[in-house]
Design a protein around this ligand. Structure first.
Ligand code: GTP
Length: 296
């Protein structure tokens, strides 16, 4: 049964119960003359009845999980029936089941169920917000980061890096692009296994992420090439970072395919280029690649 049909059936069932109850009340009770009806109380109870019915209607049709919906619908249904009974007691005396109006536990239980339902609803809402937040984070990471090194991917590097470079060029500020190539990655794969090659790449990523600033863009631009775009930084300022990276990347300890710890020597080439007026990120990268090829 669909959610809509279930909600409609619940509402119709409740209304039928009210109708039977009212018919029973009018046949077995004593109808008060109009002059004895307190119109103020009657109007207040009528407003309450409409309010509780609206609450019941909302709870029935709200797209919420079944256990929470059961709590809210039961609570608001009981509340509605209690208020309906109160409304009838304005018109009829000697109502059947008149103890309902005196049984305080019924509205208390109804309000309790509704409160419990709302508390669970708020918790479920918070949880879903949390899940949605982490889902978005994962989605963002998958679309912008290289999953092996956790560095930004080539697409992000070009879109963000170009934007930053252009805005700094417009303000006559220079930026620097550092490029690294892991010359012996193929040898590492051959001698120690692909898992070792992956571990080395991920260690490289860790070192770059640890040593760069929030606004820098450290990325994996191809299989064995990494880049760090340093906005608003000249080559002289970038020098210490480049030296630090080279020093840290002479040897790395990794776990090989057989699960043993192993110290691996790296052959890392590093070049950097400071942007000149009119440079694009591609021209900066080309100059770096050429320098890396010459040095290899
Ligand atoms: N373990 C491992 N090795 C990789 C990975 N990506 C590339 N390699 C190895 O690195 C070597 C060079 O890979 P390429 O994809 O050609 O790297 P590149 O940066 O494009 O290098 P160039 O072709 O010189 O520009 C190959 O032997 C690959 O097997 C990787 O994700 N993991």
């Amino acid at each position: 049964m669909s959610h809509f049909s279930r909600a409609l059936l619940t509402l119709l069932g409740t209304l039928l119960l009210c109708l039977l109850w009212t018919a029973g009340a009018f046949t077995s009770g004593t109808i008060l003359p109009t002059s004895d009806v307190n119109s103020l109380f009657f109007s207040a109870d009528l407003a309450l009845t409409v309010l509780t019915f609206t609450l019941l209607w909302l709870c029935c049709f709200a797209p919420i999980r079944r256990p929470i919906a059961v709590l809210l619908v039961t609570g608001s249904g009981l509340l509605f029936l209690t208020v309906w009974h109160r409304l009838l007691s304005n018109l009829i005396t000697d109502l059947p089941l008149s103890m309902i109006t005196t049984w305080r536990w019924l509205p208390v239980a109804a309000v309790g169920l509704i409160t419990l339902g709302f508390v669970r609803l708020i918790k479920a809402y918070r949880l879903s917000r949390l899940l949605l937040g982490s889902y978005r984070q994962v989605e963002h990471s998958l679309s912008t980061r290289d999953q092996l090194t956790q560095l930004f991917n080539r697409r992000y590097f070009y879109s963000q890096g170009s934007e930053l470079l252009n805005s700094h060029q417009a303000n006559q500020q220079c930026s620097t692009l550092i490029m690294l190539v892991l010359h012996n990655l193929a040898d590492i794969n051959r001698e120690h296994g692909l898992q070792a090659g992956d571990a080395v790449l991920s260690e490289l990523g860790r070192v770059l992420l640890k040593n760069t600033r929030r606004n820098d863009i450290a990325a994996r631009v191809s299989g064995r090439k990494l880049a760090v775009f340093l906005p608003h930084t000249d080559a002289q300022q970038a020098g210490p970072l480049a030296e630090r990276i080279v020093a840290m990347l002479k040897k790395v300890e990794i776990t090989n395919d057989t699960g043993e710890r192993e110290l691996i020597s790296l052959r890392v080439g590093l070049e950097m280029q400071q942007s000149q007026p009119g440079d694009s990120l591609e021209t900066l990268e080309d100059r770096n690649r050429a320098a890396l090829n010459r040095a290899a």
